[in-house]
Design a protein around this ligand. Structure first.
Ligand code: GLN
Length: 319
């Protein structure tokens, strides 16, 4: 299999940057006041390889709220600590085919209908809130420390809560509270609902930049060991399971279209970040705040499709 050269990687992200730089389609997330004010001109692309090479273009240092991308790192730590059976049985791994914050998925994806637990999967809000309820710790503060420590190990340096984002979301998270209480009514939430929603909201509110996303993704690409710090964060089996769920549900109800076009496990957040992972090779982190109707960065998806095609890294293509 031909090696992808460093100059080819840099040229490709330079081109992806220029090609979509003036594209303004989509809108900032409007339901979280902090996110509605993001500067949509900011655009950054970073690639980190499993042998520790770093490639950057644009605003890769600009920090933004991780939002739903956090779901994969909390999932990784819960799979690692509680095992795959717990995740299969208590959360599920099937696509819901519904928007990320759907309550309907809770009613439809239940055992009686054969769709699995009411939580759907760990990458939609219901399943991510249930995943947060499985985080171990005596107190909320200890659980939060565990979540943030895991994410920080994926990034290779300490990550921090953005207090403004957290407050903005806590004041507007009635929908997620409703999800948590509804899950509880189905015995599908495994801790106190309000404490769990608080933990989940903190998880959405830590800051990352595009380079962090590439490093965090490269840790999954590298079987769970951070390729820059060389610290093992999770094991290879856990990484493979997380990537499988990303391929199934990483971009919510448009995950099928994403996989069809890009051919890589990915995860988006309404903060404008997307990470795409090439197992055994590299990860790509992109930031741009304008979202499509499903809540996925428009420029991020276009850039990643371009990069996947240009580098020939679609996991389904025979090489
Ligand atoms: N904090 C957001 C929410 O729970 C995260 C959603 C997302 O990024 N899709 O609604």
């Amino acid at each position: 299999e031909p090696q992808i050269s460093s100059s080819m990687i840099q040229n490709t992200i330079d081109q992806a940057y220029i090609k979509f730089k003036s594209m303004e389609d989509g809108e900032n997330a409007s339901y979280i006041p902090y996110l509605s004010k993001a500067d949509s001109k900011l655009y950054g692309i970073a690639i980190v390889t499993v042998d520790g090479k770093i490639f950057k273009k644009g605003n890769v240092e600009y920090k933004f709220p991780v939002e739903s991308v956090a779901k994969i790192f909390t999932l990784a730590s819960v799979i690692q600590k509680k095992g795959t059976d717990t995740v299969l049985r208590k959360i599920g791994v099937n696509a819901t085919g519904l928007p990320f914050n759907s309550v309907l998925s809770i009613e439809l994806n239940n055992d009686k209908l054969g769709g699995g637990p009411p939580t759907g999967n760990p990458l939609v809000n219901a399943g991510a809130i249930a995943t947060a309820s499985l985080v171990e710790g005596q107190t909320l503060e200890k659980k939060w420390k565990s979540v943030l420590d895991t994410a920080s190990a994926f990034a290779g340096h300490p990550l921090h809560l953005n207090e403004d984002v957290y407050q903005s979301e806590m004041a507007n998270n009635q929908h997620n509270q409703a999800i948590a209480v509804l899950l509880k009514s189905y015995n599908a939430l495994y801790a106190d609902p309000s404490e769990t929603v608080d933990l989940y909201t903190r998880e959405c509110s830590y800051e990352v930049n595009a380079l962090d996303l590439a490093i965090m993704g490269a840790t999954l690409a590298n079987g769970g060991t951070n390729p820059l710090s060389h610290v093992p964060v999770v094991n290879a089996a856990t990484s493979a399971h997380v990537l499988a769920v990303m391929a199934t549900a990483g971009l919510y109800n448009t995950s099928g279209e994403w996989l069809f076009k890009v051919g890589l496990p990915g995860k988006s957040g309404v903060g404008g970040g997307i990470v795409a992972v090439v197992p055994g090779k590299m990860a790509i982190g992109v930031y741009s705040s304008h979202l499509d109707a499903a809540g996925n960065s428009v420029r991020g998806q276009l850039a990643l499709q371009f990069i996947s095609e240009a580098l020939g890294i679609n996991i389904f293509s025979a090489k």
